[in-house]
Design a protein around this ligand. Structure first.
Ligand code: IMP
Length: 431
């Protein structure tokens, strides 16, 4: 049986939600393995719109097990609110349909406060442009060995010890930033209150997932953000604080690397990013504005306008390698309908040399000038196409050129937000 990892191959917002939903119908288990409620997945099912941040997309489909893996950082209060809002929409979430890894670190209110205080204090150029949801500080506490984890909620003495250990660090930091010391008793009281709401879903995810795999169940690993926001391989320091690339699906759930059979990279037919940081093909002209308007490029979590630019084959070629992508799902091709000419970045020029990859140094990344190849656009609409024959010749050429330049085939082509508007070339779940 095949297990599939879905990862964003650019800076996030590639349209993973629709593809994950499409694939989750054929999976038995859907697992999140990194990130937190900085992610925003919008699903449209039978005309109903579901907005998810922390919950795996599988929760809205009956008969599946949804899993939050240890690679995630979890805000328990946000999760309970999200569960409530899904319940109001008629979807019941129970310990039979949701499991949270016992070793998942929690995001506490102090993490969000620290995240926002740092961003406010940073000068222009030093800001990361985070979602302000405490993701970075929560991961810092994880590697600093001072997290409160899900399992700690079960024992009061442990909980008190964990909170005190975290506050020793946080109160010192807060003093430096001019923030009040943490209200320790208030924090403990709200953790004790939320504990039963979380503990009822807690379990040994690593064990259950491996058992599911052995019994032939199909697992879909649902990535959040995009590979260029990866803490190691992204545009550091303008990145998120987790590993986003596909290898994290293993460490973020407790599966061995051999459990991954197919990596599907989600790739938008142009490029966008939110937040600060280098973006070689960014457009500041009418074309950029048109991409943003046609693509409705506004962040689902923060509502921020996304920066837009031409397709950058250098970046996607690189992320296909670091994530071991077997096939891509190309999304939002229809946004390019009506452009007279379309440009694709095939390399960079830096200090008189031509580069075929993005250099790792931030200072060099910022100075890379894209080398473009021009392609003829198309006037016909590609929206809703369900076969290659429905696509204009110039659009097919564009897709084929992308495959060639990134060195990876198209497995799926998505031509509108509707789930049926998908051209299937390779089924990632083939046995
Ligand atoms: P953080 O993850 O909130 O720490 O934000 C760090 C960077 O990642 C910022 O540039 C955010 O805009 C970006 N980011 C975080 N989550 C997402 C996402 O789901 N889509 C796109 N960008 C994201």
């Amino acid at each position: 049986m095949a297990n599939v990892v879905v990862v964003g191959a650019q800076w996030g917002d590639e349209g993973k939600g629709k593809i994950v939903d499409w694939l989750s119908e054929r999976a038995d288990v859907i697992a999140r393995f990194q990130g937190g409620h900085n992610a925003g997945h919008t699903l449209v099912i039978d005309g109903k719109v579901f907005k998810l941040n922390a919950l795996p997309s599988g929760v809205v489909r009956g008969g599946k097990l949804s899993v939050i893996g240890n690679g995630v950082v979890l805000d328990p209060w946000h999760l309970v609110k999200e569960i409530d809002s899904i319940r109001v929409q008629g979807v019941e979430i129970t310990p039979e349909t949701l499991m949270i890894a016992e070793n998942t670190p929690l995001i506490l209110p102090i993490h969000g406060e620290l995240d926002r205080a740092r961003e406010e204090a940073a000068s222009k150029g030093a800001k990361i442009g985070t979602t302000g949801r405490g993701i970075g500080p929560a991961y810092e506490d994880k590697v600093g060995r001072r997290s409160v984890r899900v399992a700690d909620l079960a024992d009061d003495a442990t909980l008190v010890a964990r909170v005190d250990r975290a506050l020793l660090h946080h109160d010192a930091l807060r003093r430096g930033l001019g923030l009040e010391p943490v209200d320790r008793d208030g924090l403990l009281a709200s953790l004790r209150e939320i504990a039963p709401e979380i503990l009822k879903y807690a379990g040994p995810v690593w064990k259950v997932l491996n058992e599911k795999r052995r019994s032939g169940k199909r697992i879909l690993f649902e990535g959040a953000q995009g590979a260029l926001l990866d803490i190691d391989f992204g545009t550091y320091p303008y990145v998120t604080s987790s590993n986003v690339i596909a290898g994290q699906a293993a460490t973020g759930t407790g599966m061995g690397p051999g459990a991954i059979d197919f990596v599907l990279g989600i790739v938008k037919a142009y490029t966008t990013r939110v937040g600060e940081g280098p973006f070689p093909t960014e457009l500041h002209d009418e074309d950029g504005q048109r991409l943003g308007e046609r693509g409705r490029e506004f962040g689902t979590v923060t509502g921020r306008k996304r920066r837009c630019g031409w397709f950058d084959a250098v970046l996607v070629r690189q992320t296909c390698v670091t994530s071991g992508v077997n096939g891509i799902s190309l999304t939002k091709l229809d946004v390019l309908d009506g452009f007279e000419t379309i440009r694709i970045c095939t390399g960079y020029e830096l200090d008189g040399a031509v580069l075929d990859h993005l250099p790792i140094a931030a200072e060099q990344q910022a100075r890379c000038t894209p080398i473009y190849e021009e392609m003829e656009g198309w006037t016909e609409s590609t929206e809703g196409a369900r076969s290659w024959n429905d696509l204009p010749g110039a659009a097919v050429k564009y897709v084929r050129r992308i495959e060639e330049l990134i060195g990876c085939p198209v497995a799926l082509l998505s031509t509108s937000p509707e789930r049926e508007d998908t051209i299937l070339v390779t089924d990632p779940f083939v046995d």
